[in-house]
Design a protein around this ligand. Structure first.
Ligand SMILES: *Cc1c(COP(=O)(O)O)cnc(C)c1O
Length: 383
């Protein structure tokens, strides 16, 4: 038996739509399927503008350009995140300023942000870990007071919400990812969501190699030309066709993922009460779409043992982010502000369990395995 950590899911419509994209005679970017995906995202998330990109990383890179990051500018973010969150700004000469996370949601600790602000600070990046929202009211108030942009890294949080507002519709800008490991996916893929109307026109230009080609196609100008820095950030319409099939099935996908998440959450309730594990914490003003299920073990040794014993039983559980501030590139390009104890501790103790469409029939086995490993029912050597 081998249960992979992730297995991408395809709807029956995916191939139908991809064939249709071919028959439309438009396989490059910004074809009919791209437009449908963008309209869907704008309607469902409530952002001002959605622009599909070829990855979440590309959306973050666009956000860094739109934030006008110049060499030496500082961007406040958690260290417990993916390299792309920091890299996008480093590519513009920016300096990531890492602050610690909260021990409950594992999101940036909003009470530590203000102390990290200097005259060089340009933006705050709110990474909604596992689709659980950061404390956006506090973050928006700080940003407003110090005139900073708020960028949501919403790679885990499509259709998640904070006090009833969809994540991705709250900050000035937001990045979604449709990588195959994410809740809705197209292999590789992403979207930049623009909520600040001041940034909308420039976003289109940056995405189209620095030209006003989008305006030209809408008939707003009679030729298009090079206006700004930019790159080719748009995905093929073939990818958008696949993505549309996922967006249209979002409700079914999310419903099934939530049941899996709940099954895990119920199964480990007593282990949390007895202090063996810590389960994900969901504040009552947050709704999430079951991007991930994780457990925090007691220490790094227990985590290593857990992953190893699960693997022996054929279950591919896995760790997550190594703190960026301790990584070679993080040390070179970034800086910490304040102690990073929670980040370091969480990173060493966190184990993610497999969660994908179709895993349902293996859930009893995974839960039984995890429980018996945690309860040390087996005395087998694991190294
Ligand atoms: C996946 C992810 C990204 C990058 O997305 P890609 O589509 O893989 O480029 C960025 N930030 C976070 C938090 C992610 O999990």
């Amino acid at each position: 038996m081998r249960i992979p950590f992730n297995r991408p899911f395809m709807t029956p419509e995916a191939l139908v739509y991809m064939r249709q994209a071919y028959e439309n005679g438009h396989l490059s970017g910004d074809g009919p399927f791209t437009k449908k995906c963008q309209s869907w995202l704008e309607a469902r998330i409530g952002c001002k503008k959605a622009l599909l990109t070829h990855s979440g990383t590309a959306a973050l890179e666009m956000a860094a350009i739109l934030a006008d990051i110049r060499p030496g500018d500082e961007v406040i973010m958690p260290s417990f995140t993916f390299s792309s969150t920091a890299n996008a700004f480093v590519m513009r000469g920016g300096v990531p300023i890492f602050v610690d996370i909260r021990p409950d949601t594992l999101n940036i600790d909003e009470t530590k942000i203000e102390a990290a602000i200097t005259v060089k600070t340009k933006a705050i990046v709110a990474v909604h870990y596992a689709g659980i929202s950061c404390q956006m009211d506090v973050i928006l108030a700080i940003a407003h007071q110090h005139n900073l942009l708020v960028i949501e890294d919403a790679a885990h949080s499509i259709l998640c919400s904070y006090h009833g507002k969809n994540l991705g519709s709250i900050g000035d800008l937001a990045a979604l990812s449709f990588h195959e490991t994410k809740t809705l996916q197209s292999g590789e893929g992403g979207a930049l969501l623009v909520n600040n109307p001041r940034l909308a026109e420039r976003a289109e230009i940056i995405r189209e190699k620095g030209t006003n080609r989008s305006q030209f196609f809408r008939g707003e100008v009679d030729k298009y030309t090079w206006l700004d820095v930019g790159s080719s950030y748009l995905p093929s319409d073939l990818v958008a066709a696949f993505l549309l099939s996922q967006l249209e099935s979002a409700e079914t996908i999310v419903k099934r993922r939530r049941l899996i998440w709940e099954r895990y959450h119920t199964a480990f309730h007593d282990l949390e009460r007895s202090g063996k594990v810590q389960r994900p914490f969901v504040p009552d003003f947050c709704e999430h779409t079951a991007h991930m299920y994780y457990l925090l073990l007691q220490d790094e040794w227990q985590r290593t043992r857990f992953l190893s014993c699960m693997k022996k039983r054929g279950v591919m559980a896995t760790f997550h982010y190594l703190p960026l501030h301790e990584s070679p590139a993080g040390r070179r390009f970034g800086r910490v502000n304040g102690p990073m104890n929670i980040t370091v501790s969480v990173s060493g103790r966190l184990a993610r369990l497999p969660l994908w469409m179709g895993i349902e029939s293996s859930l009893d086995y995974i839960v039984d395995s995890a429980r018996s490993v945690i309860l040390e029912e087996e005395k087998v050597a694991w190294t």
